[in-house]
Design a protein around this ligand. Sequence first.
Ligand code: MN
Ligand code: MN
Length: 469
Amino acid sequence: MSDAKEKTRAEQLREELCRPQKHASELLSAEELAAADAFCEGYKAFLDQCKTERECVDYYVKKAEERGFRPFEDGKEYAPGDKLILNNRGKALILAVMGKRDLAEGVRLAAAHIDSPRLDLKPAPLYEEKQLGLLKTHYYGGIKKYQWAAIPLALHGVVIRRDGTRLSVAIGEAPEDPRFCVTDLLPHLAQEQMQRSLAKGIQGEELNIIVGSRPLMMDGKSEGVKLALLQLLNERYGLVEADLLSAELEAVPAFPACDIGLDRSLVGAYGQDDRVCAYPCAEAILDCGSPEYTAVVVLADKEEIGSCGNTGLETNYLQDFLTELALARGANPRTMLRHSKCLSADVNAGFDPTFPGVMDQHNASFLNRGVVLTKYTGSRGKSGSSDASAEFVHWFRRLLDDNGVLWQVGELGKVDEGGGGTVAADLARLNLDVVDLGVPVLSMHAPFELAAKTDIAMLRKACGAFFSA
Ligand code: MN
Ligand code: MN
């Protein structure tokens, strides 16, 4: 037997038995790559307009209304093809398209979150120290605090004035706008700071944002800068200090989304966790036509702090909505939920060659190798995970293969290296089948995160396939 023949046999076996992980460039034609890039132009524009959950909700309410979606009404019976919006307090959103099948056969639900880590202003934020005006913050979500110093910040949010009128704020986005900034210590005087652990390089109470430095008057008395800033806020926005106490103001990175790399293959931007999943999910339902099964997208708030509160998925708004839909059509809501299939769309940690040590390379996800199917998340022995069943993961892998979606598996780092969770566990509580599917991201939770354009386009394709399955 010759060597050549042996090799052929091995090659044959490899073809029959192995699953080679392909790079998107091997699979996609030049036209398909161009289409992926084009899809990400819309994505980048969305990122620049939507840096908070409220802005994401406003964006998709408007876009959905233009596409024929109408506000959902309790108790109303909807017919196949009807398109519904449920706006939960301006911070979470459900979009649905009624399917042809009986609701008791289940719905197709895709969930992604639209909140991202950031610096929230404290209830009494404004103070002055040595003729500098500053804002106190309390960070939101899991951040490495040192990353938020010495970068330009924008202020977003909502202030309700005493008379009940409402002010939407986004200062620091237009080119001519001022920006804001957390300061860091110069290296010359940072001997003590440099000995701190990375976790304490910048500490929570050091995340103070500079907002001004010109006092109203130089009368030797303190607080001239604070007074000048309050005067500015009053003249421009009709605010007084007490209005800040009830406000919801957030500092987010002020730079826009951009292409990364000479080949422009990646998107760099703030807030890609989880808008990189929210965008493909929402775009897919807008385009889903008249589906077989009722299609539902939920864009959730508060995932980054545990899905708590009345706009997080720990509460009942999604279940209540689905129950109302079922009851109005005479379907048993519990039967519907039990037969429903859910795609929990969230990012996973992409393999970073600079930090290979935290990954099991056999189970890591890689940029440009397609969407990541994550069977379980959690930490310390899968704790806190919903752990999808073999049956359901199989259903999904068939769906992805049959629709030409490039996919890979992924785990969030090595066993016992750390861990995390998604809304999958909250959704599993509804007694439906759910698995995580998303996009691998580098520098997750940093003010500037990276994702590959082909993976983002693949998630759009996966969501489209899911709603037509
Ligand atoms: Mn996420
Ligand atoms: Mn996150």
